[in-house]
Design a binder for this molecule. Structure first.
Ligand SMILES: Nc1ncnc2c1ncn2[C@@H]1O[C@H](COP(=O)(O)OP(=O)(O)OP(=O)(O)O)[C@@H](O)[C@H]1O
Length: 242
């Protein structure tokens, strides 16, 4: 379970995130959707303690991230797949993470297999990886501690259609076993297929949230895409004017 309670984050005069509250439930995939610059990454960074809220509280499994004992055992995080150390091999990165978090070394092979990186690929330096391979490695890292919660920022970036389908199945399976998944995207189509619940953000504010069925019913004949554009259009204009 993830809860955001009245999260606000200001950068000088800019309110990047404005009074955001939502819950991401166990056993469900929550899609966090919004146009570029809407505030998704800022919210996710606050959830995992990388950015301090100006006000409000974020809790994972009932506690602030920093208060979780050995957080990597509870929460798998992928915020920026491109930010991985390019001079190390994929296997080295996972092995170091395993050492730091007290995870058994054999779990490295398990997660490599889960994300479909071969031994040869894992032995290559990350600097030679495509973005899709980096996403797979990032997801392997997130899964390493066998967590109950996954927080993934734009995990489908750089994945080909087969990769996107693979990830959809992985996340559905994770939630099917009782896990909590929060994933962000600015691509509605990608989220629509995998998410059970949706949180839509525009201009730093939540503009809609609910189960996919509820939002589909609200959209009616217009469809979810049209509803998404209607709900976030004002925030996009605000962004341009600002
Ligand atoms: N460290 C920072 N300093 C100043 N402004 C910031 C900082 N981080 C984010 N912002 C601003 O906060 C707003 C929200 O950015 P954020 O990265 O959270 O959006 P996003 O929804 O993740 O966008 P995208 O889909 O493009 O990744 C933007 O206007 C951005 O420029």
């Amino acid at each position: 379970m993830i809860t955001a309670e009245h999260l606000t984050r200001r950068y000088g005069a800019l309110t990047a995130v404005d009074d955001v509250s939502f819950t991401s439930e166990p056993g469900r995939v929550t899609g966090f959707l919004g146009p570029n610059g809407a505030g998704k990454s800022t919210v996710m960074r606050m959830l995992v303690g990388l950015s301090r809220p100006t006000s409000g509280v974020a809790r994972i499994l009932g506690k602030p991230f920093a208060a979780l004992p050995n957080p990597a055992r509870h929460v798998g995080v992928l915020l920026d797949a491109a930010a991985q150390h390019t001079g190390r091999t994929g296997r080295e990165i996972l092995t170091l993470s395993a050492l730091m978090t007290g995870v058994e070394r054999r779990r490295v092979d398990e997660v490599l297999q889960i994300v479909g990186l071969t031994d040869r690929e894992a032995a290559r330096r990350v600097g030679t990886y495509s973005l899709g391979m980096r996403q797979r490695l990032g997801i392997a890292n997130a899964l390493l501690g066998d967590p109950e919660v996954l927080i993934l920022d734009e995990p489908a970036n750089g994945l080909d259609p087969g990769g996107i389908r693979w990830m959809r199945d992985l996340l559905a399976d994770f939630a099917g076993k009782g896990g909590t998944v929060l994933l962000s995207s600015h691509l509605l189509g990608e989220i629509e297929r995998v998410a059970d619940d949706l949180v839509i953000i525009g201009g730093g504010r939540i503009v809609a949230q609910g189960s996919k069925e509820q939002l589909l019913a609200r959209a009616g004949d217009r469809g979810l895409e049209e509803l998404f554009f209607e709900l976030t259009a004002g925030s996009a204009r605000q962004e341009v004017v600002a």
